[in-house]
Ligand binder design. Structure first.
Ligand SMILES: [Zn+2]
Length: 136
């Protein structure tokens, strides 16, 4: 990459590498007997939710095919993985068909939208927790 905006040329292999790393981490975690993951440092020390709080539990729920539970723990994780899955699927089919037909194409605003989703989720969870005592 030479400093230009990220395109499908970079995003497509990066998405596969990320998916492979997640799959490898899951297989290692599963092979170790599904050990308990340590709790969030922010939660443990300040008793507020960070943007990632619930993300690991959502991934574990997804690994057990519990979509509703995953959505309750951390909707942005599920949305991000669904977007990544749709992107990889449509891009792969598009590439196999000689770059014809429709496919999702990477847009430079996607990372900002995903970060925004995580921040809105964090804000909503903390309002529910601090304002109404509803723990997630
Ligand atoms: Zn956290």
């Amino acid at each position: 990459m030479r400093g230009g905006p990220i395109t499908d040329r970079e995003a497509y292999p990066a998405a596969w590498i990320t998916l492979a790393a997640l799959a490898a981490a899951f297989l290692i975690w599963f092979a170790l007997g599904e050990p308990t993951v340590s709790r969030c440092w922010v939660w443990e020390h300040w008793h507020v939710y960070c943007p990632g709080c619930g993300g690991t539990r959502a991934l574990i729920a997804l690994a057990h095919a519990q979509l509703g539970t995953a959505l309750r723990y951390h909707p942005p994780v599920v949305i991000t993985l669904a977007l990544a899955g749709a992107y990889l699927l449509t891009q792969t089919v598009w590439r196999l068909r000689g770059r014809r037909g429709w496919a999702l194409h990477y847009r430079p605003w996607w990372p900002a939208a995903i970060v925004g989703l995580f921040l809105v989720n964090c804000l909503a969870r903390n309002v529910l927790w601090l304002g109404f005592g509803i723990a997630m």
